[in-house]
Design a protein around this ligand. Structure first.
Ligand code: NAD
Length: 355
């Protein structure tokens, strides 16, 4: 197995090193090949996503990504900006499924804006379809209304649409992910109002018959938004479309209160994925050795589970992170009185020791 390692910009370089060291410590015989991306790549060769980097990603079994973004390149043309690299990778690799876990380690439950007992031990996965829905549907535009009460005024319109194969492939990722976790899948839609959602629900229900070991439920998106703050622990895996997932995944990540702790994955149809922390390049703390590497280390665990099928190794990494938090070590972003403040390297070393 070979993985492509793209550290990127800012703290990306610091946190990726720790994740690589964790992977080496597991001794799984996985080869790692590094390539530039984002501002670093633009500086070196004038492109945020050089062809050589893309080729490496295409030939790898999975991609481990740090973060991109550098204020020095804020003024350059949009298509050369570091952040374009992510969009390019998603498009070129056909990454249509976005997996965002929201996990609250009991030791960090105080960081949430919700009461600790509501979120302590939370472990849910939001699965968002990334390439369809109202964000991409045609027709779309702004035109002048020709008749009716608003005639003569401008009107904006977009098209929500999902084809059966698109629903089927994201639902399949949902069922398979649920199988690797708590075997519960909640499909979120708005089937009481939208035809797109009616078809979505029909297809997911039909597929549920092939997964008798997974408990399937359906929920309207407005109720799901409410249930996520009322009782988020009722969920295991949530699968939903692009727009509902956009909103619900941000809501869910904020339940945890700590951006430096959350991993994510974007996957293609064959289970190949790009794994990255949900945070950006954090220019305000870059180079200071204080960034929290745990989101990236937990991204390695996701990579082992979802792309490399090394479930035991994934469990080991997550258990090691839990153990380190239980000993009271904290990077500054999750520091609380009574715990011990450490830097990026020391946190990485503690995880390796716990392994
Ligand atoms: P950010 O996530 O980089 O930082 C937001 C805040 O969280 C900052 O105060 C930062 O110090 C802190 N933070 C983030 N990660 C941390 C970590 N691991 N440990 C400790 N603290 C951490 O978001 P931003 O400041 O809005 O964006 C900075 C740059 O990153 C921009 O160029 C943006 O476009 C880019 N960005 C990239 C990605 C990506 O690569 N996928 C995602 C989001 C933002």
């Amino acid at each position: 197995m070979k993985i492509a390692v793209l550290p990127g910009d800012g703290i990306g370089k610091e946190i990726i090193v720790e994740a690589q060291r964790v992977l080496l410590a597991l001794d799984l015989g996985i080869a790692m090949e590094e390539a530039p991306v984002g501002g670093t790549a633009y500086e070196a060769c004038g492109e945020p996503l050089p062809k050589s980097t893309l080729d490496l990603c295409k030939s790898a079994d999975a991609i481990l990504f740090g973060a991109v973004g550098d204020p020095r390149f804020d003024a350059i043309p949009r298509d050369k900006r570091p952040e374009q690299a992510i969009l390019g990778l998603r498009k070129e690799l056909g990454l249509f499924a976005n997996l965002r876990p929201a996990t609250v380690f009991p030791e960090l439950a105080d960081a949430s804006s919700l009461r600790p007992e509501v979120v302590a031990g939370l472990d849910i996965l939001i699965l968002r379809e990334l390439t369809g829905d109202i964000y991409f549907g045609q027709p779309r535009g702004i035109h002048k209304v020709e008749s009716g009460p608003f005639a003569g005024h401008r009107e904006g319109f977009d098209t929500m649409r999902y084809s059966e194969p698109e629903v089927r492939r994201i639902a399949q990722v949902g069922f398979e992910a649920a199988r690797k976790r708590g075997r519960k899948l909640c499909s979120v839609d708005k089937a009481n109002v939208l035809e797109t959602s009616q078809l979505w629900r029909e297809v997911v229900t039909q597929m549920g018959k092939d997964y008798p070991d997974v408990e399937l439920s359906h929920m309207y998106v407005d109720n799901a938004a409410m249930q996520l703050v009322r009782n988020p622990k009722q969920f295991d895996v949530i699968v939903t479309g692009n727009m509902f997932g956009d909103i619900l995944s941000d809501e869910a990540s904020m339940l945890t209160g700590s951006i430096g702790m959350l991993p994510s994955a974007s996957m293609d149809e064959r289970g190949k994925g790009l794994y990255e922390p949900i945070h950006g390049s954090a220019p305000d703390i870059a180079g200071k050795g204080v960034a929290n590497p745990l989101a990236t280390i937990l991204s390695v665990a996701m990579m082992l589970r979802y792309s490399l099928d090394r479930l035991a190794a994934a469990d080991r990494v997550e258990a090691a992170v839990k153990k380190v938090l239980a000993t009271g070590l904290r990077t500054p972003d999750i520091f609380q009185p009574g715990t011990r403040k450490v830097g990026t390297r020391e946190m990485g070393e503690a995880v390796i020791a716990a392994l």
